[in-house]
Design a protein around this ligand. Structure first.
Ligand code: CS2
Ligand code: MG
Length: 402
């Protein structure tokens, strides 16, 4: 029996920070798992190095489910983003190993293809509505069939979701950038630009919009109702989902579809949302929700209730996660859409291979396992740089949800 011989935690910042777990077996098979938790990278690196790596050495890499249960149930302390990201890193690395041992791309181990390619959405944004519409035209020219639209709200300096110099990277300060927020200004302005986007792009494109946890349930209900004529593909994170029952209130008032889950890390965090049909898309990710083993469990539960996947795919989830998510989305029956934000150019110097974009879809690699390799020499050129996500304050100075 081959055993886990080595497990290394690798940090690098090629354009932004990524944490990677690399497992090597006694047969010399290498598996990669993403362990990146934006703005809290070192917490996961420490959790892995100090508390998980010692448990892996000498174990059978083929027993993926058992390892998952061991790290989740066996640890006594459960759930939470740091733990679930660490478990995900191990899980994905072991799936990568299994694929390489079998000589099969990961999606084949998950049941094979349900579709040719995975529909993805990209971001279009602007500091004005005109700029946002021009960005959406660019996305159309690149073949995207689904586009997320966000415009800067007048009077709200540094509105989330808006690109600077052609890229959106919110974790761009050594200490948190403090941004402004005004719910009144947003609610007055956003419905108009969503309507302008629909008029400009016509009916042949899916439009998405991220509210980024900014509204109370009743404000979200009003917003969802007000934009029904825009026929959004989804309204994302209208209110924080710390309290899943808040979504009952929103649901009573609007038929605008709802997507939730990028900050939720376990099946227990989305169980009521799914089983009470309070959402339409579950946005948990491979990296923050316990890996392929756990996310597949979430998607299977979702399928029973007509909830589809909408995997988080921001650029703070590494190309290893993007590859894993694309394999999973290729195999599951209930794909909705996957986010595709892209990476800074430097990222490709460290991570080679992975999923490729063509004609509005991401396509898996046919290499065994995930199909991603990690270039140590390139990674060494990009020393780890600490970065924080911003913090939001209302116009009166008090802290709001970012
Ligand atoms: C966003 C993210 O992709 C999204 O929908 O909400 O950009 C999010 O802000 C970052 O992933 C935070 O790490
Ligand atoms: Mg989001």
């Amino acid at each position: 029996m081959a055993t886990v011989e080595r497990a290394e935690v690798l940090l690098t910042s090629p354009g932004r920070t990524f944490v990677t777990l690399r497992i090597t077996t006694s047969d010399g098979v290498v598996g990669l798992g993403d362990a990146t938790l934006n703005g809290r990278e070192l917490a996961v690196a420490t959790y892995l190095r100090d508390h998980v790596v010692p448990l892996l050495i000498g174990k059978d890499p083929a027993r993926i489910e058992d390892m998952w249960q061991y790290l989740f149930r066996g640890a006594y302390w459960r759930r939470g983003p740091v733990t679930m990201t660490a478990i995900a890193a191990v899980d994905v690395a072991l799936w990568d190993v299994k694929g390489k041992v079998a000589g099969l791309p990961l999606y084949q181990l998950l049941g094979g293809r349900s579709r040719d390619g995975v529909m993805v959405y990209t971001h279009a944004s602007g500091s004005s509505v005109e700029e946002m519409l021009e960005d959406a035209d660019r996305a159309r020219e690149l073949g995207y069939r689904a586009i997320r639209v966000q415009a800067a709200v007048p009077g709200v300096a540094g509105t989330y979701g808006v690109k600077k110099n052609g890229r959106y990277e919110p974790a761009d300060h050594a200490l948190p950038d403090e941004q402004l927020w005004s719910t009144e200004a947003y609610l007055d302005f956003a419905p108009g630009y969503l309507r302008a986007a629909r008029e400009h792009l016509g009916d042949g494109v899916h439009l998405l919009h991220d509210v980024h946890h900014r509204l109370t349930p009743i404000e979200a209900a009003r917003f969802g109702r007000e934009v029904e004529d825009v026929k959004l593909f989804w309204m994302e994170d209208p209110t924080p989902a710390d309290s899943q029952d808040a979504y009952r209130l929103i649901r009573q008032h609007t038929t605008t579809p709802i997507a939730v889950g990028e900050v939720l890390t376990s099946i227990w965090d989305v169980k009521d949302l799914i089983t009470e049909r309070l959402i339409d898309y579950v946005r948990c990710s491979v990296v923050h929700a316990g890996g392929i083993t756990h996310l597949r469990r979430i998607y299977d539960l979702a399928a029973l209730y007509d909830v589809r996947s909408g995997s988080h795919g921001a650029s703070d989830l590494s190309p290893v996660t993007q590859a894993a998510a694309t394999h999973l989305a290729t195999a599951i029956p209930n794909l909705g859409v996957q986010e595709h934000m892209g990476y800074p150019d430097l990222t490709a110097e460290v991570f080679h291979g992975g999923a490729t974009y063509a004609d509005g879809s991401l396509h898996v690699s046919e290499e065994p396992g995930l199909g991603v390799t990690y270039d140590d020499a390139a990674a060494a050129r990009f020393e780890y740089e600490p970065r924080y996500l911003p913090v939001a304050r209302r116009l009166d100075g008090s802290v709001h949800d970012w």
